[in-house]
Design a protein around this ligand. Structure first.
Ligand code: F0G
Length: 460
């Protein structure tokens, strides 16, 4: 008989608990209206299950909390920094490590230097802060994801792959000297949390070598990505996820890393680079805007927790549970007839709200409608990643919609148990049964950048 049980349990037990405040539908309707129908503006105690993001929402381990007590808060040369630097260098192989307070600080430092008017960045998909940092510098960010990604019926395991042929065409069109960098986001968050294969990373590396381009990994979910490679890519079944991640780092010239995901902490990040000259420039900006080189924007205790988290994340019992529990939610929603992106990604389940609410046109933001319905129904907070997040206006002020109207159910790491997930599934059953009565929304106020965070809405 196999040693493996059908039931994949949470490979941890719970030492500290946080109460969840239960609310009624009537209360939630009031809260949502006060938040101008933007769940980003809800107060956390108004939320029952928070699937807004997997970023900075992890439960830390006893070991990480113990590490926090050891945190060395010296301004320069802290022991905690030395530990973090060693761990990151061992994992990534990059010699120059710059600590930052989170991922987007690393992005700002790097892309403001590489960007500027006339520059182009190519990526499988730029995450929203990545795109904003690139565009804020005056450069252009172009997504080149594999065409497989938009085939709903395909269960190709690497739908996060870059379309390397398309990238090569763009390099030829724009001129290699005008390319700021090629950024491979693993897993591909905005594309569906889908994995990128090692073969694809290798193809990107080859393209970069050929034209002398900089290859940057946006590596914040690289452990989850490594798990998928181990399961689905030929030749990797016998390797450890840590080895697989290291192999991928070795293909690139550096990485930006938000530690708030696969380093299992609530705050932190880093930039790591091979090139000494580039690192020197970035270090100057780091000191001016984040902090001295041995802490960036971080406390010693944060650095200690990241160093430990980067080790824990590669525990394969954890990664099995992590990916299995995300898939459990996705598969149950699929069985209910909720259109989900397949295969299910590592950190989140993506629901196609455009299909679920096919009575709503894109300019009435079906994704925003689903996000609001889930909250009213069950106190579940999720995030729209459709035309609210990625939509633009043409010169005539008409909405240019995103390719798909998705809603992301991001799963915080080590936080929710199976009964929480069963509750979410039950909520979706009700959402499905009442789908025809979900209203459209219009935007009543919006800022210039990253409008999904702060826009106001009203139901139509
Ligand atoms: N890159 C990717 C792929 C991300 O998912 C994020 C953050 C960042 C960069 C920026 O990192 O938040 O530490 O500044 N993603 C969060 C999310 C916000 O909800 O997906 P950060």
């Amino acid at each position: 008989m196999s040693d493996q049980f059908r039931t994949v349990i949470e490979p941890f037990r719970i030492k500290a608990v946080e109460p969840i405040a239960m609310t009624t539908r009537e209360e939630r309707e009031k809260f949502l209206k006060a938040a101008n129908f933007n769940p980003f503006k809800l107060k956390s105690e108004q939320v029952i299950i928070d699937l807004l993001t997997d970023s900075g929402t992890s439960a830390m381990s006893a070991e990480q909390w113990a590490g926090m007590m050891r945190g060395d808060e010296s301004y320069a040369g802290s022991i905690s920094w030395q530990r973090l630097e060693r761990v990151v260098r061992d994992l990534t192989g990059y010699p120059h490590i710059l600590p930052t307070h989170q991922g987007r600080a690393a992005e700002r430092i790097l892309y403001s230097h590489l960007g500027g008017e006339g520059r182009t960045f190519l990526s499988n998909t730029h995450f929203d802060t990545t795109r904003a940092n690139v565009e804020f510098s005056g450069a252009e960010a172009i997504d080149c994801v594999t065409p497989e990604a938009s085939r709903a019926d395909s269960d190709f395991p690497f739908k996060g792959n870059a379309d390397v042929e398309r990238m090569a065409e763009l390099v030829a069109e724009r001129g290699a000297e005008n390319i700021g960098a090629i950024i491979l986001t693993v897993t591909n968050n905005s594309g569906g949390g889908q994995a990128v294969s090692m073969a694809n990373a290798r193809a990107v590396r080859d393209l970069c070598r050929k034209h002398d381009l900089l290859f940057i990994l946006d590596a914040c979910r690289i452990a989850e990505n490594a798990w998928f490679i181990k399961q689905d890519e030929e030749g990797y079944g016998g390797k450890s996820c840590r080895e697989i991640a290291s192999e991928m780092f070795a293909l690139a010239d550096g990485c930006v890393f938000s530690a708030k995901k696969d380093a299992l902490v609530n705050m932190g990040g880093f930039l790591a680079l091979n090139d000494a000259e580039l690192a020197e420039h970035c270090t100057s900006v780091l000191i001016i805007t984040e902090g001295y080189t041995t802490y960036g924007g971080l406390s010693g205790r944060d650095m200690e927790a990241i160093a430990i988290g980067l080790d824990e994340i590669f525990n394969e019992d954890y990664l099995r549970y992590r990916t299995r529990s995300t898939a459990y939610l996705g598969e149950h929603l699929d069985r209910l007839g909720i259109p989900v992106i397949k295969p299910i990604g590592g950190h989140a389940v993506y629901v196609d709200a455009g299909k679920l609410y096919d009575h709503l046109p894109v300019d009435q933001y079906p994704g925003q409608s689903l996000v609001c319905e889930l909250y009213k129904m069950a106190g579940i907070r999720s995030v729209e990643i459709g035309s609210v997040m990625f939509g633009k206006y043409d010169d005539g002020g008409k909405l240019v919609p995103a390719p798909r109207e998705l809603v992301r159910l991001a799963i915080p790491r080590r936080v929710y148990t199976q009964s929480h997930v069963d509750y979410i599934i039950e909520a979706f059953e009700r959402v499905r049964d009442q789908r025809h009565s979900a209203p459209g929304y219009r935007i009543t106020w919006e800022p210039k950048f990253l409008r999904h965070f702060t826009s106001d809405f009203e139901p139509i």
